[in-house]
Design a binder for this molecule. Structure first.
Ligand SMILES: [Zn+2]
Ligand SMILES: [Zn+2]
Length: 218
């Protein structure tokens, strides 16, 4: 687990335990092992996401509660997605995968999943799912997550999600110039020909290739 994932697990755990009991460091150690927990708790106090009182009870600050509720929302929506759409009915498997999902879903994808599922209020085991912006807006359609680079307008930016590799040689050339998944690209001009900017590079590109590069708008 990365440090960030560990932090997310801890915040989620504090919030879940505190629904029914006081939270002690020992409780967290029991669930997570005590490898680096002291360091991480120190970090969380500095970040003002948790408080530890004189009797060693741990609680979340307003900021910590907000973060925890976002993580719980991702986790429980991932459970619903696995259970309802992907038909993973094995509880142990679903739980493990929901735990993996909760760390990789960003806000946009989370709201898309929520909308796709009709803004569910409860996870499969009956725990409440904290609502998001999409729920209060009653959103009915999901926004397109990725589109071809060629569909962006001048001045718009996208982060490369993936590239279709029909034309290996040309893609190899782009790779070697640093145009890789994860790179942020801005459309500089579209006529008379497409020109893109990324990092320190300005590059003219065939429309054909721009059709095969898929970006997530940012
Ligand atoms: Zn659940
Ligand atoms: Zn929603």
């Amino acid at each position: 687990m990365t440090n960030n994932q560990y932090v997310e697990e801890i915040l989620q755990l504090i919030e879940t335990i505190s629904e029914s009991a006081k939270v002690k460091i020992e409780d967290l150690k029991k669930y997570l092992g005590d490898t680096e927990i002291d360091d991480i708790l120190k970090q969380l106090i500095e970040d003002e996401t948790i408080l530890i009182d004189s009797t060693n009870n741990i609680s979340l600050t307003v900021k910590g509660k907000k973060e925890a509720s976002e993580i719980i929302r991702r986790h429980r929506l991932a459970e619903r997605l696995l259970f309802d759409v992907l038909d993973v009915k094995n509880e142990e498997k679903a739980e493990k995968q929901a735990c993996d999902f909760e760390h990789i879903l960003d806000k946009e994808v989370t709201d898309n999943i929520c909308t796709l599922l009709g803004h569910p209020k409860f996870c499969p085991d009956g725990k409440p799912i904290p609502p998001g912006e999409c729920c209060s807006q009653g959103r009915k359609h999901i926004s397109r997550i990725v589109s071809p680079l060629s569909a962006l307008s001048v001045g718009e930016k996208g982060k490369i999600a993936y590239m279709l590799s029909g034309e290996h040689q040309r893609l190899d050339r782009l790779f070697s110039m640093g145009l890789l998944p994860g790179t942020t690209v801005r459309i500089h001009q579209k006529t008379p020909s497409l020109v893109i900017c990324f990092e320190e590079t300005t590059l003219a590109m065939d429309d054909e290739i721009a059709h095969d590069i898929f970006v997530r708008k940012i």
